[in-house]
Write a protein that binds this ligand. Structure first.
Ligand code: G3P
Ligand code: CA
Length: 247
């Protein structure tokens, strides 16, 4: 049976600033199989890697990504607000919100990438084409999977390029999950920990295609490793990699 892959959620957001090159590098050094991160589009059409549609929670800036240019966003620190983390060092203050291009350039080709399109709160005209084109230009299409809670965004990606891998993000149980995968030609479903652990029996035939998020407790990591799910997405990849190595 194939070994469960370990994806670092927003890098390794349990211990390092989320969605920063610093966090991604830490996760890569720890030995992750893949990185999960989120994208939005700036006022001047650049794709940036950040979770929220606004700057406030993860940077020392203010405002919506859609209302700011990349140059404006780059003025702000994406590390300083994490000063309460035990590993914090003053150099974190120099971290900036990375562009998708920077993340791709920074990531070794063997690392899988799960790019989540945050397209359900703000409308970003043309974000799907832009993301696809950046990934293609960087020759990374083979080991990228696109996910979103917003199904139309995924279907748009598939329309532009039928070969792309897509995964629908869900945090609740759905009936007949395989029918969705088949109908929409999905590579995977990305389901929440709770929705998987509460429905193991009915998901059994699909577990090796399902990525599970966000798997953080020791017990949940171990249970999902035992179930041989396709991947787990965790804030603590180092811990998950250790548990996997013990098997
Ligand atoms: O991709 C799984 C997970 O990242 C979805 O939730 O809010 O952490 O982006 P969120
Ligand atoms: Ca995400």
């Amino acid at each position: 049976m194939t070994e469960t892959k370990i994806y670092g959620h927003r890098g390794c957001m349990g211990t390092y600033p989320e969605n920063t090159l610093l966090g991604f590098n830490q996760a890569i050094q720890q030995g992750v199989d893949g990185l999960e991160f989120d994208v939005h589009m700036t006022k001047d059409g650049e794709i940036v890697v950040i979770h929220d549609e606004r700057l406030e929670r993860t940077t020392d800036g203010k405002g919506f990504i859609k209302d700011l240019t990349l140059e404006e966003i780059k003025q702000y620190s994406a590390g300083s607000v994490f000063a309460s983390f035990p590993n914090y060092m003053a150099e974190w203050d120099l971290e900036r919100v990375p562009t998708l291009q920077e993340v791709l350039e920074n990531t070794p080709p063997h690392i899988e990438l799960n790019i989540e399109l945050k397209t359900y709160l703000v409308e970003y005209q043309g974000i799907e084409e832009k993301v696809l084109s950046i990934v293609k230009q960087n020759g990374r299409d083979r080991n990228v999977i696109y996910s979103s809670f917003h199904l139309p965004s995924l279907l748009r990606m598939k329309r532009f390029d039928p070969t792309v891998k897509i995964a629908w993000l869900l945090n609740q149980r759905i009936l007949h999950p395989y029918d969705y995968m088949e109908t929409f030609q999905m590579e995977s479903l990305h389901l929440s920990t709770k929705s998987v652990l509460a429905n193991v029996h009915e998901l059994k035939p699909l577990l090796q295609q399902i990525r599970v998020w966000t798997v953080n407790s020791d017990d949940e990591i171990k249970q999902l490793l035992d179930l041989h799910v396709q991947s787990i997405i965790t804030d603590y990849p180092e811990k998950a990699l250790f548990f996997r190595s013990e098997r």
